[in-house]
Design a protein around this ligand. Structure first.
Ligand code: SIN
Length: 532
């Protein structure tokens, strides 16, 4: 069937933002459709999150406060944060962690023998407040969510489907009323069945983008494979406002082995590990003698890159010989990291880990309010794809899962309230929607071209739109992407539909969006650092 019956809520993305929205709507009796690009519901950044989630409990967080937590976020964000979003994340977010994660989903956060939650310290946090499940916190959360969501009768999960385009009245409804109307309304999406190559029209009363970030546009990234900025690109094409797409955070420490940059969590440094250059110097003493390895991520990342350039080295080392004993044995506190490094012959109990920075988190994105509403009617966004201003120009560690939970929940509440007021999409709009037309299959996407174009994009993004930027480099990248974008547009409109084709096209558009925005922003702040 090329057209699906209208759904009340179409949720594109199946990580924490998408599934927490789906669960809240389902609890309120609303049937929802969740789309996952992959067959594997663990192929998302939520499941890959290691360190944990900042949380303050009433009785145990002595000497800490939500005000202090909010101040840390603003300091880390270089003052570019939107304060109401910071307040919502810290205050409502903290309540939701208790209600949803601890009480409802019963995520098995680590506790001491008295049952008290164990808390770690991470960079730029003024207190130890990060709760965790070993070093695989995201996986434990995703496991809890997937279990409940897949069993819920109100939740339909379409896995192995790729969103191709958001449907809007101005672009996809047939009829002069729509052509001449000043209003533009989101009314669902075209979804590609990755297996059959057919594109379905899925009308929806409300659509939520929860597609995650952009890390995989870079040569070195800590992100899951689908993180290519597709949600942001679709939102932009549909007419929604995008904010600061060039605010891209690099994680300071990823394993410098293998094609995929495996993350070495910030909590490893929080537990005492030190950064050393090739000469064995603890170089952070020169860059930030107060905070050392727990400086904010943007600062630490730049220090590492500068050190690598000055010493002509391809990585620096993370040395765990200073790991604090009270954190427990290294292999028990960080079992996933321990095992992953062993695969490369590194025993982290006795050998330093070679590390490099890697693209990690999109602090900008689709502009949203406190309820996840975008500037396009009936379109919502939550999680990494969205920009509420909570993170300013540089996100504080272990706040991203809270953001997903909070904005996913707020979007669900807003959508459910609207549906209860009978504010669904009219039949006139649904009936006017054009189904997808395959325009031609004259060109084949060959594997060599696919690999070559991705490699070119990632290399240019890493070298010219990376950690330290300057206007000349941004201009070079922009010209290169313009050329590549033109040739890909031609390919896109003539080749047979496939997930690879859609991803490639979304990838180049995301690169263009980022570089063009970076070029226009002369203010060097947070993770948009300009030199020269
Ligand atoms: C980490 O474990 O270092 C990642 C945590 C985060 O990105 O918030």
């Amino acid at each position: 069937m090329l057209r699906q019956k209208k759904t009340s809520a179409l949720i594109i993305g199946s990580g924490l933002a998408g599934l927490s929205c789906a669960l809240e709507l389902a609890r309120r009796g609303i049937t929802v459709t969740v789309v996952s690009k992959s067959e594997d519901l663990y192929a998302c950044n939520t499941a890959w999150a290691q360190g944990g989630i900042a949380y303050l409990d009433d009785t145990q967080s002595v000497g800490d406060s939500l005000e202090l937590y909010a101040q840390d976020m603003i300091q880390s964000g270089d003052g570019m944060n939107h304060e109401p979003a910071v307040q919502q994340l810290t205050q409502l977010g903290n309540k939701l962690i208790k209600a949803e994660m601890i009480d409802q989903l019963k995520i098995p956060f680590d506790r001491d023998s008295r049952g008290i939650l164990l808390k770690s310290k991470e960079g730029a946090h003024s207190r130890a407040r990060v709760i965790h499940v070993g070093d695989a916190t995201g996986k434990a959360i995703q496991t809890g969510l997937v279990k409940v969501a897949t069993a819920h009768p109100n939740i339909e999960i379409l896995s192995n489907y790729t969103a191709v385009d958001l449907l809007t009245t101005q672009h996809h409804c047939v009829g002069r009323t729509f052509t001449y109307s000043l209003d533009n309304v989101c009314c669902g999406a075209y979804l590609l069945d990755n297996t059959s190559g057919r594109v379905k029209t899925v009308p929806a009363d409300y659509t939520l983008l929860a597609t995650g970030g952009i890390g995989q546009l870079y040569l070195h990234s800590s992100n899951s494979p689908g993180s290519i900025g597709d949600g942001m690109v679709m939102a932009k094409r549909a007419g929604a406002a995008i904010l600061f797409p060039h605010y891209i955070q690099f994680h300071p420490t990823a394993l410098a082995k293998g094609r995929q940059r495996f993350l070495i969590s910030e909590v490893v440094r929080g537990a005492g590990a030190q950064l050393l250059n090739g000469r064995g110097e603890r170089f952070m003493k020169r860059y930030n003698p107060q905070q050392l390895e727990l400086a904010s991520r943007d600062e630490l990342t730049r220090a590492i890159i500068q050190e690598m350039i000055a010493n002509e080295e391809e990585f620096v080392y993370l040395d765990l010989s200073t790991h604090r004993q009270e954190e427990g044995p290294i292999e028990e506190r960080f079992p996933t990291i321990f095992q992953e490094c062993l695969k490369f012959g590194i025993d982290i109990r006795s050998q330093p880990i070679p590390v490099v920075p890697a693209a990690h988190y999109l602090c900008g994105g689709v502009k949203v309010d406190l309820n996840g509403r975008t500037t396009l009617e009936r379109l919502f966004a939550a999680g990494e794809v969205a920009c509420s201003g909570a993170h300013g120009a540089n996100r504080l560690a272990s706040t991203s899962l809270t953001e997903c939970l909070t904005w996913g929940h707020q979007a669900a509440k807003t959508i459910a309230d609207a549906l209860e007021r009978q504010e669904g999409l009219s039949d006139t709009i649904v009936n006017a929607l054009r189904d997808w037309e395959d325009v031609g299959e004259s060109v084949r996407l060959d594997r060599q071209r696919l690999a070559g174009d991705w490699s070119r994009m990632r290399t240019v993004m890493w070298n010219y739109v990376g950690i330290i930027r300057n206007p000349k480099l941004l201009e070079i990248a922009s010209k290169d992407f313009r050329l590549l974008g033109e040739s890909l547009a031609e390919l896109y409109f003539n080749a047979a539909m496939s997930k690879d084709l859609v991803d490639l096209f979304h990838g180049i558009r995301a690169c263009q969006l980022i570089v063009d925005s970076a070029k226009k922003d002369p203010v060097s702040v947070g993770c948009h650092y300009l030199s020269g």
